[in-house]
Design a protein around this ligand. Structure first.
Ligand SMILES: Nc1ncnc2c1ncn2[C@@H]1O[C@H](COP(=O)(O)OP(=O)(O)O)[C@@H](O)[C@H]1O
Ligand SMILES: [Mg+2]
Length: 250
């Protein structure tokens, strides 16, 4: 068995009658940060949503092809189990209208964790991993939606970590937050990558270059090329990659 954590073969996805992902294949290795770059509309988000089958929640969307986690087709997983294993952080923080504590404890409670000591420890661990603990530890009962945008994005990350995912997907997480918070989350991701596989869709080329171990370039629903990040940026094999990373389009 190869050490691919996620393997994708001939994945096609459509929104209504329009195919937007055209038979894409790639392997995401276990551990490390796998960056995905490409202009708006290149199907990066659609691709991510195929990994944990959240595409099914999008009206009129469909997909065919093979997506496997640890060699097992994702269609074989019970859906909630799959989404605990493959967690998603969206571009805009989606705080649940409840306390900071309950935001993080929500998913663990859903699967039956009710012991206060265990929940307390889990909430502290996830908020610490998300670099938010020090700022909120004295007001855990405050509404999560009252936090600043950057804090809410870290709360969203803490919630994603609460199910102990093996794959953490982030979709343009820094689009609505300040550069300082962005850098803090980047250093959190670099710490987390030894414990899980991180799939990082980013609109910031410099972000992929700073922290992704490998990077894939998507264009119009196709994979143009992928490889070790430094190679892709310094010596891309495809002229379209060269033009994109040098700002000629997108
Ligand atoms: N819910 C939707 N309904 C219809 N078309 C969609 C929907 N979501 C995405 N698309 C279309 O699919 C294509 C890929 O979109 P998306 O995956 O969001 O790309 P990216 O994340 O790279 O910007 C685009 O042409 C977009 O307009
Ligand atoms: Mg997107």
């Amino acid at each position: 068995m190869s050490d691919a954590h996620i393997s994708v073969r001939n994945l096609r996805a459509s929104h209504g009658p329009k195919e937007v992902l055209h038979g894409l294949s790639l392997s995401i290795p276990r551990g490390g940060i796998y960056g995905i770059i490409g202009p708006a509309g290149s199907a990066k988000t659609t691709f991510l949503t195929c990994l944990n089958r959240t595409l099914q929640l999008v009206p009129r969307a469909s997909s065919v092809g093979e997506v496997s986690l640890n060699g097992i087709p994702v269609s074989n997983f019970e859906i909630n189990d799959l989404r605990r294993r493959v967690a998603m952080v969206l571009p805009l923080p989606v705080g649940l209208p409840m306390s900071i504590y309950d935001n993080v404890a929500f998913a663990p409670r859903m699967v039956g964790m009710h012991n206060k000591g265990e929940l307390d420890a889990l909430v502290e661990r996830c908020l610490t991993q998300a670099a938010l603990w020090d700022e909120v530890k004295d007001r855990l009962d405050q509404l999560g939606t009252k936090l600043s945008g950057g804090q809410q994005q870290r709360l969203t990350l803490a919630r994603a970590l609460s199910t102990e995912p093996e794959v953490l997907c982030l979709d343009e997480f820094s689009i609505a937050i300040d550069p300082v918070t962005t850098m803090r989350i980047e250093s959190v991701l670099v710490e987390l990558k030894s414990e899980m596989t991180i799939v990082l869709v980013t609109n910031l080329l410099a972000q992929a270059r700073r922290i992704a171990d490998r990077t894939a370039f998507f264009l119009n629903g196709n994979l143009v090329e992928e490889g070790p990040t430094e190679e892709l940026f310094v010596a891309p094999t495809d002229p379209r990659t060269h033009d994109y990373i040098h700002g000629k389009f997108g």
